[in-house]
Design a protein. Structure first.
Lengths: 132, 132
């Protein structure tokens, strides 16, 4: 790999009111697990600790993925897109990514017949937050 | 697949000022190609035409992917996440996804040594907009 730019220039948190979109992809299977948000603090902690940390827009605070459920994401690689307002994390997902008990948050497929469940539920949602 | 909810309830454009995040993933390789945005109109046109249509936040209008470059995305499947504010498109990418000439917009990897180019440039960016 050849050097590109300094790390200081990316991600660019100025475009999205201090947030960038963050995609978590299963490093082993390539499945897209979830999309969330990061502010500069969440990103810095993710880089420093090697665990995915997001920013919860609804709760207005850092969201250390798996802090309650134990379903952490171990970050194997971080990529940033061309305009620096989105990051891609390749992660090792412990347990399931989705609070509804599915491996991926994208378990619903939109089809001509409506929205269908396209993946098996692996964990009872009530159990997700009992395993911490 | 079992029916889940009505298609009318998803995506939910009310959370993100009328926009949802949209991830395009290569249907064949699983590579994440790009992250962009959709408003309700862009989503509806994507579903109707089977070609990825986004909403350009910077230009403030619909962005029919590939309209200038010819590098369209043929949509093979659409998924929506658990809280309905992000969609995942599995696409057949014609040409390259990135306007900088890379297959994926996530061609830069963040490493302890800085940000490095982690993929080959396949097309001269000047050529991208000459092929339309």
């Amino acid at each position: 790999m050849e050097p590109a730019t300094t790390a200081a220039s990316v991600p660019d948190f100025s475009k999205g009111d201090g947030l960038v979109a963050a995609v978590a992809q299963d490093a082993a299977t390539g499945d897209v697990l979830m999309v969330a948000w990061m502010n500069a603090e969440a990103y810095a902690e993710t880089v420093r600790t090697g665990r995915a940390v997001y920013y919860s827009r609804s709760r207005g605070k850092l969201w250390r993925k798996g802090e309650e459920s134990g379903h952490v994401q171990i970050v194997r690689a971080i990529y940033v897109d061309c305009d620096a307002d989105a990051v891609l994390l390749k992660v090792e997902q412990v347990g399931v990514a989705c609070h509804e008990g599915y491996r991926s948050c994208f378990f619903r497929q939109v089809t001509p017949d409506g929205v269908c469940i396209a993946a098996p539920r692996l964990v009872d949602p009530a159990e997700v937050y009992r395993q911490a």
